[in-house]
Design a protein around this ligand. Structure first.
Ligand code: 13P
Length: 248
């Protein structure tokens, strides 16, 4: 049984006061029983959120991390540093990191492997861009990203990874993939994982959809059998909208 997992990705939004305001409101609204949730916040807000969400069941995640434990890597943050803060999750390979900051399939794989040696659970993002979809190559692109991300990772570790399918053309555009398009790709991702591991392992992995998820389309997306959750950008900035999605 896969427990639904609805996560919010704040990207580069919210100052301290806004993050605190969100946390104070959201924890009064969330009565987590059958849905897991987490907020992926900018680094400066992580400690505050860990403190505010203590004992609530609401998870806290970082949006990126370096794969080395320490070193001369100016501007980077390590996994032990995040562990020290009490962070539960970390995003890997978000399309904005791939597009603007040189994240590659190789660094995604190194980050996944390093996180799986730690107490922090990885959430890896995959997705095709518009020209790849228009060329009919979207399944090849996404299954290639999955194979590269999980390369050299054992089945018992793979089960701990959450996958988010985020078609780049649906991010921040208001243009959601149809529930059927999202379902088809999540099914393709699960088949790719089943071919790499086995059906039992693939059936345990949580696969989210992300890209313009809003309160009014969340339940249709979550009704799809291969979609186990959502990674929400814009609509996760407002606690009232985000709780509506969590309570799909
Ligand atoms: P939006 O929900 O704003 O489209 O963002 C999706 C996303 O990139 C989440 O990681």
């Amino acid at each position: 049984m896969r427990i639904p997992f609805i996560a919010g990705n704040w990207k580069m939004y919210k100052d301290m006061a806004q993050a605190r305001g969100f946390a104070l409101k959201f924890k009064t609204l969330y009565h987590g029983t059958d849905v897991k949730t987490a907020i992926f916040a900018p680094y400066p807000q992580l400690a505050l959120l860990v403190e505010e969400f203590k004992g609530t069941g609401i998870g806290v995640g970082a949006q990126n991390v370096h794969f080395e434990k320490e070193g001369a890597f100016t501007g980077e943050v390590s996994i032990p540093m995040l562990e020290e803060l009490g962070v539960d999750y970390c995003l890997v390979g978000h399309s904005e990191r791939r597009q603007y900051f040189g994240e590659t399939d190789e660094t995604v794989n190194l980050k996944l492997k390093a996180l799986l040696q730690s107490s922090i659970l990885p959430l890896v993002c995959v997705g095709e861009n518009l020209s790849e979809r228009e060329a009919g190559k979207e399944k090849d692109i996404v299954s290639g990203q999955i194979k590269a991300a999980f390369s050299g990772i054992a089945g018992e570790d793979a089960e701990k990874v959450t996958v988010a399918y985020e078609p780049v053309w649906a991010i921040g555009t208001g243009k959601t993939a149809t529930a059927q398009q999202a379902q088809d790709m999540c099914e393709c991702i699960r088949q790719t994982l089943a071919a790499m591991y086995d059906e039992e392992t693939a059936d345990k992995i949580i696969i989210q959809y992300g890209g313009s998820v809003k309160p009014d389309n969340a339940s249709e997306i979550m009704d799809m059998p291969e979609i186990d959750g959502a990674l929400v950008g814009g609509a996760s900035l407002d606690p009232l909208k985000f709780i509506e999605i969590v309570n799909f």
